[in-house]
Ligand binder design. Structure first.
Ligand code: AMP
Ligand code: ZN
Length: 299
């Protein structure tokens, strides 16, 4: 019998990058990584404390469901937030997963249904460029709801793989503006902008999948039908290939970026205005990108 490399007693049933763990040691390791992220190790700033009310954005996928579960197990006060984008069976299944989880753990959940709230599904809002509209809609609604419901912090399920793929994308295009704003903790820079954090930035997709399996979490396995072939996936695949040849590369890449972030400058002095239609913060003069999207889809 192969035993766990940590306790050297129990049978190893998780193998990650050649390292064997038993289930309980793996969960301990995973929770410790998340706790280190929350405590702000390598960040110099704590994400949140037990006094905060945290709005957790949950898509119904493995990462955000794992995030909600681990934050709850670690004793934080959470409320789920789900956006029903109205993308046929995919959205129905996602919503069901999230609602069932909330009910089983007796946790609060806020759902915004795009069709009910705005009269249009994501596809009706932006058929041609649904993926970028989706990002915009999610960012807007997450912040709006967190602000209106008085949450001190909003948490998303971005993992180390997500952050590395975004970083590689930002670097290949030398998008300095995005590089300046990429961080696991985004402070509020406007009274209507809620602090955003990514407590899973120290764990990989593979580790999150192992966590979800051991915890027997129910989640939606299908990828969004609109996102097939998304560029972030090719960056993830390339990074996985590099990681296979050079174990530890992803963590070194991302933590190195955090250490050297000052190289890209700061966006201090960047002033946000308020949208003339909805009042939410925006870099635009006049209407925010979300209100413009609504306006365009009415035409
Ligand atoms: P994605 O951009 O789909 O990789 O999602 C990144 C993060 O955004 C997820 O980990 C969730 O925290 C959040 N998220 C994505 N989709 C939704 C949704 N429909 N409702 C609420 N949060 C979401
Ligand atoms: Zn607006």
């Amino acid at each position: 019998m192969k035993t766990c490399k940590r306790c050297r007693k129990k049978r190893a049933d998780v193998v990650l990058s050649g390292v064997r763990f038993c289930s309980s040691c793996f969960i301990e390791y995973f929770e410790k990584q998340v706790q280190r992220a929350i405590n702000g190790e390598k960040l110099g700033v704590q994400m949140f404390s037990k006094d905060d009310r945290i709005l957790v954005a949950v898509s119904g996928g493995k990462d955000s469901m794992s995030l909600w579960n681990v934050l709850n197990d670690l004793g934080y006060e959470t409320c789920g937030f789900h956006i029903d984008l109205g993308i046929d069976e995919y959205s129905e299944a996602s919503r069901r997963v999230v609602e069932n989880f909330a009910a089983s753990k007796n946790l609060d959940l806020i759902v915004v249904d795009l069709r009910k709230e705005y009269g249009r599904s994501l596809f009706e809002l932006a058929a041609r460029d649904a993926c970028s509209a989706c990002g915009l809609v999610k960012r807007y609604l997450m912040n709006k709801v967190a602000h209106e419901e008085n949450f001190s912090v909003l948490a998303t399920g971005h993992t180390l793989d997500d952050e590395c793929a975004t970083l590689l994308g930002n670097l290949t295009r030398w998008n300095l503006e995005f590089l300046r704003r990429q961080h696991p903790v985004l402070e509020s820079t406007h009274p209507k902008l809620v602090r955003k954090v990514k407590p899973l930035f120290r764990v990989t997709d593979e580790e999150t999948a192992a966590y979800a399996r051991i915890k027997q979490l129910n989640y939606v396995r299908e990828k969004c039908p609109l996102a097939r072939g998304a560029t972030s996936l090719s960056y993830k695949n390339a990074l996985n290939e590099l990681e296979r040849r050079h174990p530890g590369l992803k963590k070194a890449f991302y933590l190195g970026f955090l250490r050297n972030k000052a190289l890209f400058g700061s966006d201090e002095g960047f002033e946000l205005k308020e949208c003339e239609a909805c009042g939410m913060p925006t870099a635009n003069v006049g209407r925010c990108a979300f209100c413009k999207l609504l306006e365009r889809s009415e035409q």
